[in-house]
Design a protein around this ligand. Structure first.
Ligand SMILES: Nc1ncnc2c1ncn2[C@@H]1O[C@H](COP(=O)(O)OP(=O)(O)OP(=O)(O)O)[C@@H](O)[C@H]1O
Ligand SMILES: [Mg+2]
Length: 270
């Protein structure tokens, strides 16, 4: 689904991400872990076009293309170079994200926040909207129904009309994921989706993330909760000081000496 090649981001003298390469397979959960300041959010910011890359490339599988050998796919044009593409154009290609720090419109209702995610499907042609207002109304009703369905999936059907600003932190973390799902992504990047949540909320979000991946959506997960990462990841890439120090299955990574060394003395569970 995604190929990241020799990606580097330099801020002044800091190499926040340093020559990082990895591939994300379709319909899998690929976690990126590493100590605080390792470059995880910077990596997500580059993939989602928020930061310009210093060097390197990012490729996304084109829609409707079946998987095969990675290099062959690039050569045969089955992947698109999305390096430095802005986030709004990536959303149209099926890439979306959540943020480490909540990005929710607190004066809007929970439902309205989710409907923002459906924005990309709304008809932007003013004249067409005028002559076909019935269709617009039907679309709006459909998106509202879909948003309510998503709320139900997360056990939050009761909060649709509540003002987001009045909702607890744990609910808002879920709302961010729901809004991302509303864009009907092929690839979703989650930056610390369970940070600050209690074990029950963490377990709920974990099982939903697993279900989402099993439905065919690829997931890049950045998370400090090692228990969750080890339980739900298909593959893990470990970074330290911007560099990849290990990659593999949860078992392979957990037994890697470099990984154990990088984590010793660091506060990796919040
Ligand atoms: N906009 C920026 N300007 C300058 N330096 C930055 C910027 N963003 C990140 N950095 C630096 O890049 C490095 C990596 O930061 P980043 O936020 O990507 O780490 P992280 O792995 O997400 O950490 P955490 O687990 O604490 O969220 C840090 O040294 C940070 O100070
Ligand atoms: Mg971060």
């Amino acid at each position: 689904m995604l190929v990241v090649r020799e990606l580097t981001k330099v801020f002044g003298g800091v190499r926040a991400v340093d020559d990082l390469s990895f591939n994300v397979k379709s319909g899998t959960i690929h976690s990126i872990i590493g100590p605080n300041g390792a470059g995880k959010t910077t990596l997500i910011n580059m993939i989602t076009g928020i930061y310009k890359v210093t060097s390197g490339e990012i490729y996304l599988k084109k829609e409707g293309v079946s998987s095969g050998d990675d290099i062959e796919e690039i050569v045969h044009g089955k992947r698109e170079n999305i390096t430095n593409k802005p986030i709004h154009s990536l959303v149209h290609k099926g890439v979306c994200r959540t943020f480490q720090h909540l990005e929710i419109c607190s004066s809007m209702s929970a439902l309205e926040n989710i409907l923002l995610g459906f924005h990309r499907f709304l008809n932007k042609n003013f004249f067409l909207s005028c002559i076909n207002s019935k269709k617009i109304k039907e679309d709006e009703k459909r998106y509202k129904d879909e948003a309510l369905e998503l709320l139900k999936l997360f056990g939050l059907e009761g909060i649709a009309d509540k003002e987001a600003g009045s909702l607890p932190y744990g609910v808002l973390k879920k709302l961010e994921i729901i809004r991302a799902l509303a864009t009907k992504p092929r690839l979703i990047l989650l930056d610390e989706p369970v940070a600050g949540l209690n074990p029950k909320e963490t377990a709920e979000i974990s099982s939903i993330i697993r279900e989402v991946a099993d439905s065919g959506i690829s997931i890049i997960l950045v998370e400090h909760d090692m228990k969750m990462v080890m339980q739900i990841s298909d593959e893990i890439t470990v970074v330290n000081f911007g560099k990849k120090i290990a990659s593999g299955t949860p078992k392979e990574v957990a037994n890697n000496e470099e990984v154990i060394k990088a984590y010793l003395g660091t506060k990796h569970e919040r």
